[in-house]
Design a protein around this ligand. Structure first.
Ligand code: NAD
Length: 485
């Protein structure tokens, strides 16, 4: 299997590669070089209907395939992903603009880990029984839902695509999956891997295209019974408005504006190193990045000086070069959005402490979409800059005097995805963690992930939780059976 050839992406329906019924294709652009690397099918509802028909046919077999067999196939997919680490990582970097070392170290290994985790998870998944003394016994069946839709974003393309698909398949569902039209390549390569691993035709169908045409066709299809979506809050709202009146099961993992709360009694070295990572990893394009840095007043000056110095030392450059810590922004549209947000911060009276400009690394990346890591101060919690998700290499600094003020600032956001707390006082850490309105809290660390834990946000950051049993529960329908004794 040659996974280096991906210029002509096709839909994967019923185990076959198919051109889109629309006949239309979109250019796929490498954001670091602006080179056109291939064509993406601009699929429509006809492609989605064919995929649903294939999935319906496949469901009869897959839903009753013994879990051990499902385990074997999914585990095989994980193994093939590992074998092709280098090709997949290069494809991810070419498509997304992220550094190659990051794709190799994080994105692709996590994609195989997702399959391996849920392959083994389904072998241990069990349901409950409830005894009513000597009157009756209840037991709950957890049955696959049927045909489910999985829609994912561009920031961690294969990583988040597989985070949805793996539990859906493990639980016995057939899937219609739509990766982001901005980074479709590794999802396309995954279809080859699934074929090689012996996944039966129709069990996983991958449709490429835009959100408002192909994505909405998946959400609207009456035979698609559940939607697992990761992306922007705006698209999540639109999807909920279509799916909720049809009573489809919904899992929505949306945007964030995460606080990074730094108390004076933190472990300084660990905090400052980790804060650089939580601000700028993956060009700041991780929903879990801490974009609002809140610093206790007594250490604010020291923090600002050292944080800005370290930010200025970050090397932004060609994603293929080993020493590039930050690569390209994923697309022109997103690049323009981030630059507009920086302009807004200026207009609101924010001081740009470093960065704020387009970068030109030169050579093959001379025209790519690169932005200097940017630190802004002087804006209050209600400013647009501190309220709206930027999703790029841009953070703001604010100071606080007391624990109460830190909490007020942390919670002064419509979002509630993740937060980081830095303090050596364990009681304070627990107190603050309990009161921050976020689904995920890291204390003295960032992005330390155990795949068994509930993952997701509150407020405008979404509905439902992924990960571990939560994901397997989402992708199954509970049915209680009561037997009188
Ligand atoms: P997006 O909402 O534009 O697109 C995400 C996916 O949804 C894409 O596949 C897109 O084609 C599709 N889509 C868009 N509109 C749709 C519609 N109306 N119907 C069906 N599908 C539709 O998001 P993006 O720009 O790709 O990703 C960035 C966003 O994702 C950020 O807001 C980020 O915070 C969020 N995100 C959240 C998490 C999380 O776990 N909470 C993780 C990663 C990214």
């Amino acid at each position: 299997m040659n996974l280096s050839a991906y210029s002509d992406i096709q839909n994967f329906i019923d185990g076959e590669f198919q051109p889109t019924r629309s006949g239309n294709y979109i250019d796929n652009i490498n954001p670091a070089t602006l080179e056109v690397i291939g064509k993406i099918p601009d699929s429509n509802e006809k492609d989605v209907s064919e995929a649903v028909e294939a999935a319906k046919k496949a469901f009869a077999g897959w839903s009753v395939t013994p879990v051990e067999k499902r385990f074997q196939i999914l585990n095989r997919i994980a193994g093939i992903i590992d074998e092709h680490l280098n090709e997949l990582a290069l494809a991810e970097t070419t498509d997304n603009g992220k550094p190659l070392w990051l794709s190799k170290k994080v994105d692709i290994p996590r994609a195989s880990a997702n399959f391996r985790f849920f392959a083994t998870g389904i072998m241990h998944f069990s349901s409950e029984s409830h005894m009513m003394e000597d009157r009756a016994i209840n037991y709950s069946l957890r049955q696959p839902i049927g045909i489910v839709g999985c829609i994912s974003p561009w920031n961690l393309p294969l990583y988040l695509f597989t985070w949805k698909i793996a539990p859906a398949l493990a639980a016995g569902n057939c899937v219609i999956a739509k990766p982001s039209e901005i980074t479709p390549v590794t999802a396309y390569l995954l279809s080859h891997i699934c074929r090689e691993a012996g996944l039966p035709p129709g069990v996983l169908n991958i449709i490429h295209g835009t959100g408002n045409i192909a994505g909405e066709a998946v959400v609207k299809h009456p035979d698609v019974k559940a939607i697992s979506f990761t992306g922007s809050t705006r698209a999540g709202e639109r999807i909920a408005s279509i799916a909720a009146p049809k009573f489809k099961k919904l899992s929505l993992e949306l945007g964030g504006k995460n606080p990074n709360i730094i108390f004076a009694d933190c472990n300084w070295e660990k905090m400052i190193k980790s804060s650089i990572q939580s601000s700028f990893s993956n060009q700041g394009e991780i929903c879990l990045c801490g974009s609002r840095i809140l610093v206790e007043e007594s250490i604010y000056e020291k923090f600002r000086k050292e944080f800005v110095e370290r930010t200025q030392q970050l090397r932004v450059g060609d994603p293929l070069e080993e020493h590039s810590q930050q690569g390209a922004i994923v697309s022109k549209m997103h690049f323009d959005k981030i630059m507009r947000c920086i302009d807004t911060a200026r207009q609101e009276g924010g001081r740009i402490l470093c960065g704020g400009k387009k970068m030109q690394p030169g050579r093959r990346c001379a025209n790519g979409y690169f932005i200097e890591p940017t630190v802004i101060e002087g804006l209050g919690p209600g400013s647009q800059t501190n309220q709206e998700e930027i999703f790029g290499p841009v953070v703001t600094l604010q100071s606080f005097k007391t624990e109460e003020e830190a909490l007020r600032l942390a919670n002064a956001s419509g979002y509630g995805l993740a937060a980081t707390i830095w303090t050596q006082d364990i009681s304070k850490a627990n107190r603050v963690a309990a009161k921050v309105e976020s689904g995920i809290i890291w204390v003295n660390c960032w992005l330390l992930r155990d795949l068994r834990t509930p993952f997701g946000g509150m407020k405008n950051s979404g509905v439902g939780r992924e990960g571990g049993w939560e994901a397997l529960r989402f992708f199954t329908e509970a049915k209680n059976i009561c037997i009188e004794l």
